[in-house]
Design a protein around this ligand. Structure first.
Ligand code: SF4
Length: 402
């Protein structure tokens, strides 16, 4: 049997009440009638993976989307039950659910806790009501504060909030004020992302047609620098380029991605990484439901599948759409790109144990160049980005793919 070591489990919920004009995630509004069928299909995919991988240990579960909190909480509970039947979810596993302020009720939060969810990630984005309107969000700044307090009152103590900066017409002072309001809540974890104009989104078209002002990258860089100072003074560890946490409360699920460790993603468009293969599910929810519902009426004949063979395993999952073989060279470059996002960077002995070569042996001249430019540093058997390297991260990472 293909031996899957302990893994992370990502569960995609592709529903949103409305589609935000900057978002290019695989998520849809106005397909609510699909929800019941979707939950059945998702459970079938979870159970199939459990059987194919012989019920491996799961260290973290992450409900992402989309808006998982938009799905009825009883559905989340059913999905968690199927994950528990199909995998050995560690007792201490981190189980996160992404949510929108405004979706919470105390009953919903109680159901989450009873289902095993122990971490919430709340999409606050900004505490500026005018900018929330620009972003097409349906909540107000006060809704976000109320949601945070309601989650705390229900018993959640591990809460992350998401914020965005570099927004159209956002000033440095406006961003600092959002940051201050966020810190007043004292969340254990904050993710902060710079707005990027994704192709095909209304935001990108509005900027291209001159209907919306172009975000200013210099101002965004000033915001990022101000953020680093403020967060350090507030006692947060800047453990990843876009993420800050109180000590010990880093996102364990995302650390698995950044350390290029194995994970399974279920749901439309979800990605997985097992062995030397990365693969992705088809994106359309209707097609996803239909393939899992129609395939042998939901029963999969595994008798003729060689469960030692990862390719055969992947082939039997009717919703896998693309697979990519990650050869050693690509795996090394990706390990550097992902690991260097972390403040403690890459462990050189771990890299050597995995690839039988140190980063320096594999990328001698590139690492020498980047070190001379003051972007990379080696210390205590670790390779990591300097503060300047963090600002120019993408330029650094691209060098390993040359
Ligand atoms: S709520 Fe989140 S996932 Fe949904 S459309 Fe808005 S940004 Fe995208």
């Amino acid at each position: 049997m293909f031996s899957a070591p302990s893994i992370a489990l990502y569960i995609h919920i592709p529903f949103c009440e409305t589609k935000c004009p900057y978002c290019d995630f695989n998520t849809y509004s106005q397909i609510e009638p699909l929800m019941p069928g979707y939950v059945v299909a998702l459970i079938r995919e979870i159970e199939l993976w459990g059987d194919l991988l012989n019920h491996p240990t799961v260290r973290t579960v992450f409900f992402g989307g989309g808006t998982p909190s938009y799905l009825p909480s009883q559905d989340i509970s059913q999905i968690m039950q199927s994950a528990n039947r199909s995998f050995k979810i560690e007792t201490e596993a981190e189980v996160t659910l992404e949510s929108n302020p405004g979706d919470f009720t105390s009953d919903k939060l109680t159901t989450y806790l009873e289902s095993g969810i122990n971490r919430l990630s709340i999409g606050v984005q900004t505490f500026d009501d005018q900018l929330l309107g620009v972003l097409g969000r349906r909540h107000t700044a006060q809704d976000a504060v109320d949601a945070y307090r309601m989650a705390q009152d229900a018993g959640f103590d591990n809460i992350s909030i998401d914020l965005m900066y570099g927004l159209p017409d956002q000033t440095l002072e406006g961003w600092k004020s959002t940051l201050k309001k966020a810190l007043e809540l004292q969340p254990p974890h904050i993710s902060m992302y710079c707005l990027t104009l994704e192709e095909g989104t209304p935001f990108e078209a509005w900027v291209r047609l001159g209907k919306m002002s172009d975000p200013n990258p210099d101002l965004a860089a000033d915001m990022y620098e101000a953020t680093q100072d403020t967060m350090r003074d507030a006692g947060y560890r800047h453990y990843e380029i876009s993420n800050w946490a109180l000590e010990g409360l880093e996102s364990r699920h995302n650390l698995i991605y950044w350390r290029t460790e194995p994970y399974i993603g279920v749901g439309p468009g979800a990605h997985s990484y097992l062995g030397d293969t990365r693969f992705a599910n088809l994106k359309q929810p209707r097609e996803y439901i239909s393939r899992l519902t129609n395939a042998a009426d939901g029963k999969f004949d595994l008798d003729n599948v060689n469960l030692d063979d990862l390719k055969m395993i992947i082939d039997i999952v009717p919703v896998v759409d693309t697979t990519e073989h990650i050869d050693r060279r690509l795996a090394m470059a990706e390990t550097l790109m992902m690991g260097l996002r972390l403040d403690d960077g890459i462990s050189i002995p771990d890299f050597n144990a995995r690839f039988n070569q140190t980063p320096n042996e594999a990328y001698e001249s590139i690492i020498a160049d980047l070190t001379n430019l003051g972007l990379l540093k080696t210390s205590n058997d670790r390779l990591f980005l300097t503060p300047r390297g963090r600002i120019l991260g993408n330029e650094v990472f691209s060098r390993f793919f040359e």
